[in-house]
Write a protein that binds this ligand. Structure first.
Ligand SMILES: [Zn+2]
Length: 165
């Protein structure tokens, strides 16, 4: 994705209040992120670990989604989980249930959508092999990098499409 400014980032959020968007903690190293390798910007709030955010390009604008992080506490330590966006398999703790409040009327009624995602939201880096899942043996796939990137982006688009109420 193209580099974005703090102002663009804060203005992009669709499912939280302006005040929340203004206060949220920026990703670490925000001014020096590997933008070329990012399909979307995803991060955990450095000051509030139960909150996560993702900002993605959609058409010519940005869409930011505030997420609540639910760790899979009931899962056995040895169990493995798969991220629904990049399909990376992690050991327990590497994947978390991320829940987004929907927008519009659905959101006012308390409606949310949730999906299991990489707990650090670094799907773009896992997809490109720039970050390895802890203890995870990468599943050998016959897809090219371009195909994997396209798949991650398609999964992200379908998640984003569920948020509007
Ligand atoms: Zn992922």
């Amino acid at each position: 994705m193209k580099p974005i400014t703090e102002e663009d980032l804060r203005a992009s959020f669709v499912n939280c209040s302006r005040g929340e968007a203004k206060r949220l903690g920026l990703p670490r190293g925000f001014t020096d992120l590997p933008w070329d390798d990012l399909d979307f910007l995803g991060w955990r709030d450095p000051g509030a670990p139960a909150r996560a955010y993702l900002v993605a390009e959609r058409d010519d604008s940005l869409v930011g989604i505030a997420l609540r992080v639910t760790s899979g506490a009931s899962r056995a330590f040895t169990s493995r989980s798969m991220c629904s966006l990049c399909l990376t398999t992690h050991t327990s703790g590497g994947v978390a249930l991320m829940t987004a409040r929907r927008t519009g009327e659905a959101g006012r009624q308390g409606n949310t959508v949730g999906q299991y995602m990489c707990a650090d939201l670094a799907c773009s880096l896992y997809t490109r092999g720039k970050r390895q899942a802890a203890g995870g043996a990468a599943v050998e796939e016959s897809l090219t990098l371009e195909e994997k990137v396209a798949r991650t982006r398609a999964n992200l688009r379908s998640f984003l499409a569920k948020v509007p109420g």
